[in-house]
Design a protein around this ligand. Structure first.
Ligand code: PSU
Ligand code: MN
Length: 304
């Protein structure tokens, strides 16, 4: 039975039943995207931003053999401190569940939780996409096909330049994912608000966003939105510093043979260390901003 493998915390379940806004959050960012203790502080801060905005937070993870929608402080602490948390995308979910492993869900794993629970908005930092050098590696994140089939709006600060941004946008178009710049004409590049690449659409308010979500899903079109929300300029990292660190990280990964699911966490850690934490500060600021935009969108969608 589905309930043997899916656990929605009572608070989240009640919010969904009464039509209150809910915002999903991912756990890979906690377990593999940031070092301790900043990861745990960030996870808690994000939940309190959602609450302050009038919605209920639901961090998604794999706990005790279930895909769990909503995390307790004990769950968040375990995700932030355990040395061997699995990174769980769609393909990893069956064995993580059957073996009762503690698992952190990526954007794709978290989208599965959203879809099963009926959560329409999910806020994170950056999504996975088409990696640089894809013609050699075939490395395209499972986040893209999952966004294609999940009726969820994901707020992110665009994508890091560890990815090939033009190819990522092409793959999103092929998948039918509606990509919008939030109050910007450009597709943002994670640490910086600009990338020189024009976003396919622009939306300027949470109400306008909620209306587009309503239109897509009322028509019965399955599939998601990517709300690309630029990092506020005051938190933007020096683009040359970050780009240099990414280039070095890619070389280091190639020479050490780091590939597949280990590549993204490796590069995130490398860039953070190489910039002496400057990228981590920017990362925290942009996720917080994404969560406040996501909360506004969830509240607007719930009150439409
Ligand atoms: N990009 C970031 N920060 C992250 C991730 C991506 O800037 O934390 C994480 C997300 O959980 C995303 C996952 O879903 O990495 C993608 O991993 P992969 O490239 O292995 O598909
Ligand atoms: Mn990959």
């Amino acid at each position: 039975m589905m309930s043997d493998f899916l656990h929605i915390l009572p608070e989240v379940q009640e919010a969904l039943k009464s039509g209150q806004a809910v915002v999903a959050l991912e756990s890979t960012i906690v377990a593999h995207g940031m070092p301790y203790p900043q990861n745990l502080e960030t996870a808690q801060r994000l939940e309190s931003i959602v609450r302050a905005g009038g919605a209920v937070p639901a961090t998604v993870a794999v706990v005790d053999g279930k895909l769990q929608v909503g995390c307790t402080i004990e769950d968040l602490t375990a995700l932030a401190t355990s040395p061997d948390v699995l990174k769980v995308s769609r393909r990893d979910l069956p064995l993580a569940l059957a073996r009762k492993k503690l698992g952190a869900t990526t954007v794709s794993g978290t989208l599965i939780g959203c879809e099963l629970a009926g959560i329409r908005v999910f806020a994170t930092g950056g999504i996975g996409g088409v990696h640089r050098g894809v013609e050699r590696t075939w490395d395209i994140s499972a986040d893209i096909p999952e966004l294609a089939k999940s009726s969820v709006a994901v707020v992110s600060a665009g994508a890091k330049s560890i990815l090939d941004l033009p190819k990522t946008l092409e793959a999103l178009e092929t998948a039918g994912v509606t990509v919008v710049g939030y109050a910007t004409d450009e597709f943002p590049a994670f640490f910086t608000p600009t990338s020189g690449i024009v976003a396919p659409h622009r939306v300027d308010s949470a109400q306008e966003m909620a209306a587009a979500m309503d239109a897509k899903w009322s028509l019965g079109l399955k599939g998601g939105f990517l709300i690309a929300n630029p990092i506020p300029v005051e938190f933007s990292a020096d683009p040359l510093l970050v780009q240099h660190a990414i280039d070095l990280g890619l070389k280091e990964a190639a020479s050490k043979g780091v590939t597949g699911k280990d590549l993204t966490p490796f590069l995130l850690r490398y860039v953070n260390e190489a910039t002496e934490g400057k990228s981590l500060a920017a990362n925290r600021a942009l996720v917080e901003h994404n969560v406040s935009v996501g909360t506004a969108v969830a509240v607007a969608y719930a009150s439409r």
